[in-house]
Design a protein around this ligand. Structure first.
Ligand SMILES: [Zn+2]
Length: 76
């Protein structure tokens, strides 16, 4: 089988499978309560709200983004 090299730029720079999931995005926030909608567009998802509770971070169950509480922003 012959595969056309229609996008040679990705030949050397794409590690592993071309359909591999992108690395989770890390978003610094200043509140323990965060809202995520996946950024809209094709990667979007219904708006969801998370509360970090005891943890200094929370991960979105839809898009795997990780929201990290910025240091010194505990909201006292
Ligand atoms: Zn999300």
């Amino acid at each position: 089988m012959t595969k056309l090299r229609d996008n040679p730029l990705t030949d050397a720079s794409t590690p592993g499978h071309p359909d591999a999931l992108p690395a989770p995005e890390i978003i610094m926030v200043t509140s323990r309560r965060v809202k995520c909608d996946g950024g809209g567009g094709a990667l979007g998802h219904p708006v969801v709200y998370y509360d970090m509770g005891e943890e200094p971070f929370v991960e979105c169950g839809y898009c795997d983004r990780r929201f990290v509480l910025a240091e010194g922003a505990d909201g006292h």
